[in-house]
Design a protein around this ligand. Structure first.
Ligand code: NAD
Ligand code: TYD
Length: 354
């Protein structure tokens, strides 16, 4: 069996669902269920004996140690994190606690467990740490995409905390020999994406008749990766990745934010047109930019393609169509995640923007 942390969040829950579509191997899913964790994402696994859900913190080394001793997983995949840049600007404390201190305690518990394994299990064990392209900082327009050897230059409290966790993971390999794998991926999108992030926020706001807030000039570039392609990449790294190595994962889809919003509007115009016959584009408003906003991210995914044989299956056009359709068909999920906390966040993040 494997231990997954943060498996009730956006990428983690997609990973767990995809895992069981390919395998019957049990997953112990450790998640704190912060605002971003949602057991409804895993509703189809209710009463499924392959899925053991435990509510808890990766920073609780005693709990993690107990779970490891009891279930004896052959691998751990760490998705658990505070993940939203805007929230890290309003309050970095939780990012330091979970992404840095939490990862440290998780690593300590895993190291103690791993030391106690018999030789064969020890060499087969893997700790896979899921990280982000944001640790590399911001690219100029004509610079080459981020490769695995790019210097770390994180610019937000979020990316700085992820960078710190990557360094800890690296050090546990170098110093203790823990068989770690690190993946740095670009912006994911797809089902179960919490509607505080660009793509789901735009879909949800558009349908609710609300404004579509584009930060600054909307010309910031992100490299978009369909979440199920990311899940396949993680499975591939877990199986074939070389301990100690880093793999960058991207979708080869560099797009400016404004183009993303236009694409979402065009799809909604086609699939669920406005009652007044106008385009959802009418709802776009340009608002005050994010402080320290990174201008461009782009991933050079040639290493994982060349060495491990992974490639994304979706183009942005196919992936975004599936995503918009999913949100149209799952409006109950959207309503359920828009709790009181969600509304308070929207008020806090957008009220101060001109
Ligand atoms: P998310 O915010 O949707 O989910 C995070 C999950 O972790 C939630 O279920 C939450 O409850 C859980 N969690 C938070 N703190 C925890 C703690 N202390 N202990 C246990 N569980 C805790 O995030 P996501 O978008 O699914 O991202 C998953 C991972 O991928 C993160 O490490 C993130 O940095 C990384 N990543 C995400 C993206 C993206 O586009 N979403 C891109 C690159 C990298
Ligand atoms: P986001 O989804 O928060 O991901 P990240 O900051 O990790 O890349 O934002 C994606 C891009 O969209 C980023 O450049 C900020 C921008 N953005 C907006 O323009 N408006 C919004 O309301 C949000 C949430 C993001």
């Amino acid at each position: 069996m494997i231990l997954v942390t943060g498996g009730a969040g956006f990428i983690g829950s997609n990973f767990v669902l995809d895992w069981f579509a390919q395998s019957d191997e049990t997953v112990i899913n450790l998640d704190k269920l912060t605002y971003a964790g949602n057991l409804e994402n895993l509703a189809t696994l209710k009463n499924d004996p392959r899925h053991i859900f435990v509510r808890g913190d990766i920073g609780d080394a005693q709990l993690v140690g107990k779970l490891l001793a009891e279930h004896r997983p052959r691998a751990a995949v760490n998705f658990a994190a505070e993940s939203h840049v805007d929230r890290s600007i309003h309050g970095p404390g939780d990012f330091i606690q979970t992404n840095i201190v939490g990862t440290f305690h998780l690593l300590e518990a895993v190291r103690a467990y791993w030391y106690g394994l018999a030789d064969a299990e020890k060499s087969g064990f893997r700790f896979l740490h899921v990280s982000t392209d944001e640790v590399y900082g911001s690219l100029a327009k004509d610079e080459p995409a981020f490769s695995e050897t790019r210097r770390y230059e994180p610019n937000s409290p979020y990316s700085a905390s992820k960078a710190a966790s990557d360094h800890l993971v690296r050090a546990y390999h170098h110093t203790y020999g823990l068989p770690v794998l690190t993946t740095n991926c670009s912006n994911n999108y797809g089902p179960y994406h919490f509607p505080e992030k660009l793509i789901p926020l735009m879909i949800v706001n558009a349908l609710a008749g609300k404004s579509l807030p584009v930060y600054g000039d909307g010309q910031q570039i992100r490299d978009w990766l369909y979440v199920k392609d990311h899940c396949a990449a993680i499975r591939c790294v877990l199986t074939k990745g070389k301990p100690g190595e880093v793999y960058n994962i991207g979708g080869w889809n560099e797009k400016a934010n404004l183009d993303i919003v236009h694409t979402v509007c065009a799809l909604l115009d086609e699939l669920c047109s406005r009652a007044d016959g106008k385009s959802y584009r009418e709802q776009i408003v340009f608002v005050t930019d994010r402080p320290g906003h990174d201008r461009r991210y782009a991933i050079d995914a040639r290493k994982i393609e060349r060495e491990l044989g992974w490639k994304p299956l979706e183009t942005f056009e196919t992936g975004i169509r599936k995503t918009v359709k999913w949100y149209l068909e799952n409006q109950d999920w959207v309503s359920s995640v828009q709790s009181g906390n969600y509304r308070q966040w929207v008020e806090k993040n957008y009220a101060g923007r001109a």
